[in-house]
Design a protein around this ligand. Structure first.
Ligand SMILES: Nc1ncnc2c1ncn2[C@@H]1O[C@H](COP(=O)(O)OP(=O)(O)O)[C@@H](O)[C@H]1O
Ligand SMILES: [Mg+2]
Length: 253
């Protein structure tokens, strides 16, 4: 497999077009477990989304490249991401946010008892943090434990960069972080991602989601210190100030 046509890259992956398919290559050859976990999670979500109008690329193959890197071959989804479209034509941003909300609510209407639990993942991440003290950790874990347990499909990285809408339908990509859990946690996570990658629209997204779904904003905000702490695990210096600030907020106005 000679990969030449790079179509996108993330922090840890490169995505190539190859023989009409997309090949997501994990740059670090040690990422075997992550690659296999992502492929399994994606395959599990596929079986659930067959009943939905939402689409996703289907896993076609998992392989090891000659240089030792792991890769997932999947359907190639043509078109620009919603993020690219928003940046190109800011006058349509409102329409795109409405669409994002509609897609995310459709995801949350799916039940996913087969996926592992979002709460378990967040607890594990918070416990392993070195940058916050034990008292703060205990406070965050107690808060997490008190949150209602749900089994809804949570994408875990739901952001405009992971959505492509083309003539064939509405596609959601990038399923590595998908878990079963509480929809408000997933919305708090999206709000955090937007604050980091597209801050101008974060507030509007949160308002529109709460309005459309009848969710109280306070309920979503209660998750913010938790999702912020969980994101600290990525160890990105440019995010640290914002995340530490969120962790310390007990009540939002
Ligand atoms: N199946 C696919 N078809 C077309 N483009 C894709 C596909 N999978 C990923 N991409 C492109 O690659 C980018 C990064 O892939 P993604 O799975 O989101 O990885 P990351 O974990 O780095 O966000 C996406 O934002 C999208 O632009
Ligand atoms: Mg992505």
């Amino acid at each position: 497999m000679e990969l030449k046509n790079l179509i996108a890259h993330g922090d840890e992956v490169e995505v190539y077009e190859y023989e009409g398919k997309a090949v997501k290559v994990f740059l670090n050859p040690e990422k075997k477990e992550k690659c296999l976990y992502e492929a399994l999670t994606q395959a599990r979500v596929e079986t659930t989304l067959v009943n939905s109008w939402l689409k996703m690329p289907k896993v076609q193959e998992v392989s090891v490249l000659p240089d030792g890197r792991w890769a997932i071959t999947m359907d190639l989804i043509k078109g620009k991401t919603m993020y690219e479209l928003m940046k190109e034509d800011p006058s349509k941003v409102d329409l795109y946010i409405d669409k994002m909300v509609e897609i995310q609510m459709e995801l949350h209407s799916q039940y996913m008892p087969l996926l592992s639990k979002l709460k378990d993942k967040m607890a594990r991440q918070i416990k392993s943090l070195g940058v916050i003290d034990e008292i703060k950790k205990y406070e965050l874990l107690t808060r997490l434990d008190s949150m209602p347990k749900h089994i809804k499909l949570c994408h875990g990285n739901f952001s405009p960069k992971n959505i492509i809408i083309n003539d064939e339908g509405t596609y959601v990509l990038d399923w590595v972080a998908a878990r079963q859990g509480n929809a408000s946690a997933d919305v708090a996570r999206t709000y955090l991602l937007l604050c980091l990658e597209y801050p101008e629209i974060a507030e509007k997204y949160m308002d529109k989601f709460c309005m459309a779904s009848g969710t109280s904003k306070r309920y979503v905000q209660a998750w913010l210190p938790i999702v912020a702490a969980a994101q600290l695990i990525k160890n990105k210096p440019e995010e640290k100030d914002l995340l530490m600030k969120w962790i310390d907020v007990v009540e939002y106005d």
